[in-house]
Write a new protein. Structure first.
Ligand code: LHQ
Length: 265
């Protein structure tokens, strides 16, 4: 894949390293705030990353000093009139494409992540935060409720009480606090952020793709199941994973005392 092969204007989509794709929100002058065209490009990039088997892990980050300031409150006044419609038609497809990826996704939070930008970081499987990062709920300050998936992801990650504290007080969370609260998986000094994220991405890219996708789905679905339901789901998905070529490769690698080479089949 060449850099921005799809002629994106608001994002950069490229391979950051073998097996690791990177999407960079690229409106640094507006702190990478979301516009309709940017959300459409993100949707397309996530779909492409899902379709290309060479992509084994996806990183999402922001150009310049911010990760993303959420909805652009200035660019298009119409976009902040019918909020229900904007969410349904522009944010939901982007979040659905990210969810449908079924590959490890890491938000590399290089700076402020506000409103729907904070939500996007939560919709990724992992967050690696710069020590300079700030997670800013933002919604409460403009009398809105959390959207773009925050109502789903945030209480699951940090519990209902802390989620309500953050949104109710509109308090920002630093990278270090995010780590302590279990919201970030790693925190790194700004100059080491990329190196730390790539090392983590590289580990994740070695995971057996089918088993990872099934595990991810199980962990999301079992939150709504009782034990019997969870055991049933495990049996079904283990049946699928156990029928894969990658399982055979895993067993062979174990016998031969070597690292496995998974192909996603
Ligand atoms: C911005 C923005 C921004 C435009 C900073 N837009 N220019 C979905 C569907 C439909 C509608 C509604 O909402 C949603 C979901 C949402 O995301 S709602 C939440 C929207 N986001 C916000 O309310 C965040 C507003 N921004 C801020 O609170 C601060 O700017 C943050 C905390 C992001 C950054 O603070 P600082 O680092 O101190 O930077 P700054 O405030 O000085 O901003 C730098 C520039 O960026 C400034 O422009 P200027 O011309 O004065 O230099 C800001 O106006 C601009 N900017 N966020 N969302």
């Amino acid at each position: 894949m060449t850099q921005n092969a799809t002629n994106f204007e608001n994002i950069v989509y490229e391979m950051a390293a073998p097996g690791i794709a990177r999407v960079t929100l690229n409106r640094p002058d507006a702190l990478n705030a979301f516009t309709g065209p940017m959300l459409a490009e993100l949707t397309e990039a996530f779909k492409q990353a899902g379709q290309v088997s060479e992509v084994r892990c996806l990183m999402v980050t922001g150009a310049g000093r911010a990760f993303c300031a959420g909805q652009d409150l200035r660019a298009n006044p119409n976009a902040i009139k019918d909020l229900k419609n904007v969410l349904e038609t522009t944010y939901r497809p982007m979040l659905a494409a990210l969810e449908a990826l079924k590959k490890p996704t890491i938000a590399m939070v290089n700076g402020v992540a506000a409103g729907a930008g904070f939500s996007l970081s939560l919709a990724c499987d992992f967050r690696v935060a710069s020590a300079k990062a700030k997670f800013v709920p933002a919604f409460g300050k403009i009398a809105l409720v959390p959207d773009s998936g925050m109502s789903y992801y945030l209480p699951r990650l940090i519990g209902v009480s802390r989620a309500l504290e953050l949104v109710g007080t509109s308090r920002d969370l630093t990278g270090e606090e995010a780590l302590a609260w279990g919201l970030a998986n790693r925190v790194a000094p700004p100059e080491q952020l990329e190196e730390v994220t790539l090392a983590f991405a590289n580990q994740l890219a070695q995971a057996a793709p089918l088993a990872y996708a099934l595990t991810r789905e199980m962990f999301h679905r079992t939150a709504r199941l009782d034990l019997t339901g969870a055991l049933t789901l495990e049996e079904e998905f283990q049946g699928q994973a156990g029928a894969s070529e990658d399982f055979k490769e895993g067993l062979a690698a174990f016998e031969e005392k070597r690292p496995p080479k998974f192909k996603g089949k």
